[in-house]
Design a protein around this ligand. Structure first.
Ligand code: NAD
Length: 477
């Protein structure tokens, strides 16, 4: 049922030339799913050379032909949706219904970028003389490198692969070593769709060794990273050394502001569903819940009721509502957040501890009376922990929402257009959801501000991230 673990270099599936491997674990059981090969320096050199040659081939393939291959890859993913979803749940843990949605969206992202690649328009700028033609032309940047994490092993690689390939670039992707199977399945779909050798290459290994080597290579002209802020800063510094473009999709700590003019029970239903999606391991997860004092009690009670009633279990079982955390590190992190909040006076309204003794399950947790200096209100929790706090006034809640260095996503619930507009204006965030949480779609720009990073994926911005603008001025003689 699981993927055959391999790397993909220059159109060929391969193992590492030095024979190094690591275990991939099922987070629901802790059992090994297989051994993942690591790339040696010479494997990386082969991947770089393949990407260099692949870029030449792909940039000279016209946008219509490129789109055909990409659309075919999207169709292959759709045909294999069930199989890939099972791979995703096995390695990442999320419940199968969420995995199916993710794999469907993976195909949609590739298809959308296939189409958008045909519209990489430049523009004509009026010349200062009648026989001068001034053109701004969009060109693919070149060979790119991408690094993706374990929480969305389908969507995140898809955004980078589709953006790069849709624009006419080649790519070396290092997907997460903890959830490699889904990206392998995506690359397999491109292979089966007839993507020319070298355009897309997939490697694994020790993350810092691979990124240092690839970013340091003159072949790589752009990097894209999704993951934690410290790693993002580290990679951005390396990219700056080579003056390489970078897209940084980093962590968040999304505020959710629930005003006094909404039904607190309805909003709690929506907010809790959003919070515990993928066990809270979502960079845009609703995270700091600020609820107007008039709605606070009802909201917290309903949220707690939902959290306490959720059925945890292996994501492959249809009855499971929340799967395990993706790895053992997240269990330690959750215990730390809860322990720290408790020691500082917070109350645990639901959960707060591990569930069972097999796999990495942690109970859906609700914290109330959380003091502002609690770690969970300052560091990204990235797990199923929901701190709920009351607020009194608009200005106060905006100040609290904007107090952190993060600026990825923010949410507000209100029936007032005036309040909705004011929140959208005042909040320091790359994305804002008003009265719903659906802020990540293939056709819309996805990205953060402040320490949450820079650049976008998705939408026309996600294609533009892989294009250079060249100015050509031509005198008719
Ligand atoms: P981490 O910081 O060690 O790693 C985050 C991701 O970056 C992993 O996929 C890892 O393989 C990769 N990575 C680490 N060092 C790298 C390097 N030098 N070069 C290239 N890739 C590298 O932390 P972790 O324990 O895996 O995750 C913990 C934290 O990471 C979370 O608390 C969360 O803040 C953040 N995270 C964010 C996202 C996101 O979608 N923005 C996804 C996963 C993790």
């Amino acid at each position: 049922m699981y993927e055959t673990l391999a790397m993909y270099i220059d159109g060929q599936w391969c193992q590492g030339s030095e024979g190094k491997t690591e275990d991939v674990l099922n987070p629901a059981t802790g059992a090994s799913l297989g051994r993942l090969p690591h790339a040696s320096r010479s494997d990386l050199d082969r991947a770089l050379e393949a990407a260099r040659k692949g870029f030449k081939v792909w940039r000279n393939t016209n946008a219509y032909e490129r789109a055909k291959v990409m659309r075919k890859a999207a169709d292959v993913i759709r045909q294999r949706q069930e199989q890939i979803s099972q791979i995703l749940t096995l390695e990442e843990g999320k419940v199968i219904a969420e995995a199916r949605l993710e794999v469907g969206t993976t195909a949609d992202i590739i298809e959308w970028m296939a189409e958008e690649g045909r519209r990489a328009y430049g523009r004509i700028i009026p010349g200062r003389a009648p026989n001068v033609r001034q053109m701004a032309i969009k060109e693919p940047i070149g060979a790119c490198a991408a690094f993706t994490p374990w929480n969305f092993p389908g969507i995140t690689p898809a955004r980078k692969v589709a953006g790069a390939i849709g624009a006419g670039c080649s790519l070396i992707i290092k997907a997460s070593e903890e959830t490699p199977g889904t990206c392998i399945a995506i690359v397999r779909a491109f292979h089966d769709a007839g993507l020319p050798a070298g355009v897309l290459n997939l490697v694994f290994g020790v993350p810092n060794d691979i990124s240092t080597y690839l970013i340091g290579s003159p072949t790589i002209r752009k990097i894209s990273f999704t993951g934690s802020i410290p790693v993002g800063k580290h990679l951005a510094k390396m990219a700056a050394d080579g003056m390489k473009k970078a897209t940084m999709e980093l962590g968040g700590h999304s505020p959710v502001i629930v005003f006094d003019d909404v039904d607190p029970v309805k909003v709690a239903d929506m907010a809790a569903a959003g919070k515990y999606r993928n066990a809270g391991q979502v960079c845009i997860a609703p995270t700091r819940f600020f609820v107007h004092e008039s709605n606070y009690k009802k909201f917290a009670e309903r949220f707690t009721e939902i959290a306490s009633g959720m059925k945890l279990g292996n994501g492959l079982e249809a009855s499971s509502q929340m799967g395990p955390l993706a790895n053992a590190r997240r269990i330690g992190a959750m215990e730390n957040f809860v322990g720290d909040a408790k020691a500082k006076g917070a109350k645990i309204a639901a959960g707060g501890e591990r569930h069972g003794n097999e796999g990495y399950f942690f109970r859906p947790t609700v914290l109330t009376d959380v003091p502002p200096d609690a770690k969970v209100l300052n560091d990204e929790p990235f797990g199923p922990v929901a701190p709920i706090m009351p607020f009194k006034t608009f200005d106060e809640v905006i100040e609290r929402a904007n107090a952190l260095p993060f600026g990825l996503a923010a949410y507000a619930f209100t029936n007032s257009t005036k309040t909705a507009t004011a929140v959208a204006n005042e909040i320091e965030s790359g994305m804002v959801g008003v009265n719903h949480l659906a802020i990540s779609l293939p056709e819309t720009p996805f990205g953060g501000i402040k320490e949450s990073g820079y650049g976008h994926e998705g939408g026309i911005e996600g294609l533009d991230a892989y294009l250079n603008t060249k100015f050509v001025t031509q005198l008719g003689i």
